[in-house]
Write a protein that binds this ligand. Structure first.
Ligand SMILES: [Zn+2]
Length: 113
């Protein structure tokens, strides 16, 4: 499962960060996951439980914030949320490939002690 290696990498970063702060435990971790990141939030939660077992993040809570896709129209300069796989501006009906968000996979916050 792709999500397990992703969560392992995320956990390594989180543990390094916690250790630098002299912390013993990680209580929760928050991730921002874009709709186009190719990651399934439910699979992430399961992967999180697998990789945190026996670590300083054991029993930690995972919060996943889903980030919608936002495109930018280069003809009328507006940002819009596409309704399907074809990114067409709702105002001027131009196609665009300019994605402003929706691909992120970021560790945005965590609580340690
Ligand atoms: Zn437009």
């Amino acid at each position: 499962m792709h999500e397990v290696s992703l969560m392992q990498t995320t956990l390594d970063i989180a543990c390094d960060h916690a250790a630098q702060q002299g912390a013993q435990h990680i209580h929760w971790i928050k991730l921002r996951v874009g709709e186009l990141s190719g990651v399934i939030p439910e699979a992430l939660t399961l992967a999180f439980e697998i990789v945190t077992t026996g670590t300083m993040a054991a029993n930690a809570r995972l919060e996943v914030e889903t980030v919608p896709v936002i495109c930018h129209c280069s003809a009328c300069y507006q940002d819009f949320q596409p309704t399907g796989w074809v990114y067409v501006c709702p105002t001027c009906h131009q196609f665009t490939t300019d994605l402003r968000q929706g691909r992120e996979l970021e560790l945005t916050a965590m609580e340690v002690s």
